[in-house]
Design a protein around this ligand. Structure first.
Ligand SMILES: *[C@@H]1O[C@H](CO)[C@@H](O)[C@H](O)[C@H]1NC(C)=O
Ligand SMILES: *[C@@H]1O[C@H](CO)[C@@H](O)[C@H](O)[C@H]1NC(C)=O
Length: 167
C-alpha cells in the first residue's frame, strides 16, 4: 500500500497532466452531425467546426460515423484527398483518438468523394502550457510508428503509466 502511494506520488510529480485530467478535452468531431460528408453545398463544414477551437496535447477527437472511415494522412493527402497512403485507418464507426503530440494532424474520409465534398479535418495541436519546463520529448512511442502523424487510441494513457514505471 505504501509502495503504491509512493508510486502514485512519483507519477503525480513526473506527470502533472495525469493529476489534472480536467485539462484534456474530448471533442466530438462535427458535433451532433458527426463525421459525415457535408454534401457539395457546405464544403467548409469541418473547417468551420475547428475554427474557434483550440486543441492541446492529450485532448481527444471522437469520430462517430456510418458507412465511412477515418484516415490519418499527411498534408498532401489532406489537400488531394489521397486515400492511398494513410498512416492509420479506422472504420469501426466510433473512433476515439488521443492527440498525443503537438503539431498538425490531418484526417480524411476513406471515400475520396466524401473528402472532396469537405469531409476532411485539420487540427493544429498545441503543447500543454504547464509542460513548458518539463523534460520533453515524452517517452511515449506511437503505435502508428509514423514520424509524420502520431495518433493513438485511448489505451495510450495506460502506456504512459507503464513508461513511467520503466524509468
Ligand atoms: C450503409 O450502407 C448500406 C449498404 O450499402 C445501406 O443499406 C445503408 O442504408 C447505409 N447506411 C447509411 C447510414 O448510409
Ligand atoms: C461511441 O462511444 C461513446 C463512448 O464510448 C458512446 O458514448 C457512444 O454511445 C458510442 N456511439 C455509438 C454510435 O456506438
Amino acid at each position: 500500500m505504501n509502495y503504491f502511494l509512493t508510486l502514485l506520488g512519483t507519477l503525480t510529480i513526473m506527470f502533472p497532466v495525469l493529476a489534472s485530467p480536467v485539462e484534456a478535452i474530448s471533442f466530438k468531431v462535427g458535433d451532433s452531425e458527426g463525421w459525415h460528408s457535408p454534401g457539395i453545398d457546405k464544403p467548409e463544414t469541418f473547417t468551420l467546426w475547428t475554427a474557434r477551437k483550440t486543441f492541446h496535447v492529450m485532448d481527444i477527437l471522437w469520430f462517430e460515423y456510418k458507412n465511412d472511415s477515418v484516415l490519418v494522412v499527411d498534408k498532401w493527402g489532406y489537400y488531394h484527398c489521397d486515400t492511398t497512403k494513410p498512416s492509420s485507418v479506422f472504420n469501426d464507426g466510433n473512433t476515439t483518438l488521443v492527440l498525443d503530440n503537438p503539431g498538425k494532424f490531418y484526417f480524411i474520409s476513406g471515400d475520396p468523394q466524401h473528402c472532396e465534398e469537405g469531409q476532411r479535418l485539420f487540427v493544429n495541436v498545441l503543447p500543454l502550457p504547464s509542460n513548458a519546463d518539463s523534460p520533453a520529448p515524452s517517452p511515449v512511442t506511437s503505435i502508428s510508428g509514423s514520424s509524420v502523424v502520431s495518433v493513438t487510441v485511448v489505451s495510450m494513457l495506460v502506456s504512459i503509466a507503464i513508461s513511467a514505471l520503466a524509468i
